[in-house]
Design a protein around this ligand. Structure first.
Ligand code: MLT
Length: 365
């Protein structure tokens, strides 16, 4: 990603300087500043709005971002949350822009979340999935890209089973590309929405202990999550069956803990990963019952947590495998909140990719 530093801007500030995207007659076009009811946002992790932040050109992976960019995305999402949660109306910020959701691998929840995020910002949304499309008739990835280009889309959100597909698309197209999950590689918006959710509950994440549990081997979420948590200074522990630990985990900057019971008392966050059966072509653990006994989060383990600790999961959950119903539905579970926050974070990313550059240009930044 080529990045030139610029002054960080907020959707609120930008809306005020952009008549094109914010007609004076439109009610509630300016995302609210953080509402009084918002749980503590750390000062240490929200200083990016006062410093210089490199602009986003694509969102391909967390490994392309620096800490200031992550904080800027989270701060922008904080301002957009009232619109994501429908406390306020949609805003016209992306009116006239076309966002294409190119989903080449099955997904319902992530696609719907991106769809809603774009619509809340008044973009037009094209949904393009592999099933029933030219891709299923054998069209190459490059030709699909060129077709989208010819249609004049302004941004492509891409999900693919192939690691690296979003970066490849960014070579073919001259518009911002957002990675909505590629193979085992990256799922940057999931990591950002998770860190956003943690920050809303715990404030400054520096020094906080996040325990990631389960199928790390197949998880693009875990790879992105660890990078994002490292950027905001959290301490990450991982716990998994040895067969589901990636060989390169020692280089992730995490502590590998052999037993879940040992990791829980110090945890501020327990992050459970889905057992990705569709990616398992051999037995990685003896049985579901064994997995649940050693690596699953149940009521007994929930009671080992500190009172303020939260339980998270990217969804979709396998109840009775990595998490029991008692834990999923407990007061310490923030799993449905992650889903809502995902809309705000994806709105923030779309805003920063599509609207912020125009605002900067207009303001001569
Ligand atoms: C993903 O797309 O990776 C999901 O959000 C997590 C999962 O499928 O387990």
């Amino acid at each position: 990603m080529t990045q030139q530093p610029r002054h960080a801007s907020s959707p609120a500030a930008d809306a005020a300087t952009t008549p094109a995207t914010t007609p004076a007659t439109t009610p509630a076009t300016t995302p609210a500043t953080t509402p009084a009811t918002t749980p503590a946002t750390s000062t240490a992790t929200s200083t990016a709005t006062a410093t210089r932040v490199a602009p986003l050109h694509h969102l391909l992976g967390i490994d392309d971002l620096d800490a200031a960019q992550v904080v800027h995305i989270l701060d922008t999402a904080e301002q957009l949350l009232p619109i994501a949660t429908r406390e306020r109306n949609t805003v016209p910020t992306l009116r006239g822009k076309v966002v294409c959701n190119l989903f080449l691998e099955d997904s319902t929840r992530t696609r719907i979340s991106f769809d809603l995020a774009a619509k809340r910002l008044s973009a037009e949304v094209l949904n393009f999935s592999a099933k029933g499309s030219s891709v299923s008739k054998g069209e190459s990835f490059k030709d699909t890209a060129l077709t989208l280009d010819a249609m004049g889309v302004d941004c492509v959100v891409v999900r693919s089973g192939s690691s690296g597909a979003p970066r490849q698309l960014a070579r073919y197209l001259d518009v911002p590309i957002m990675n909505a999950g590629d193979g085992w590689h990256q799922h940057p918006t999931q990591a950002l929405l998770d860190v956003f959710t943690m920050r809303r509950h715990l404030g400054d994440l520096a020094g906080r202990r996040v325990v990631i549990v389960g199928d790390l081997l197949h998880s693009r979420v875990a790879r992105s999550e660890v990078q994002a948590l490292n950027l905001v200074g959290a301490q990450v522990s991982v716990v998994a069956p040895p067969t589901l630990l990636p060989p390169e985990v020692e280089r992730w900057g995490v502590e590998v803990v052999p037993s879940l019971d040992d990791a829980l008392p110090d945890a501020d966050v327990v992050y459970l990963l889905r057992v990705q059966r569709e990616r398992m072509h051999r037995a990685f653990f003896p049985s579901t019952r064994e997995y649940q006994r050693l690596w699953g989060m149940d009521g007994r383990r929930l009671r080992q947590l500190k009172d303020h600790a939260i339980v998270m999961h990217p969804g979709p959950m396998n109840r009775g495998v990595e998490i029991t119903g008692e834990v999923a539905d407990s007061d310490q579970s923030v799993i449905t909140e992650q889903v809502t926050n995902g809309i705000a974070v994806r709105m923030a990313c779309l805003y920063l990719l599509l609207a912020a550059p125009a605002v900067d240009e207009e303001a001569g930044r």
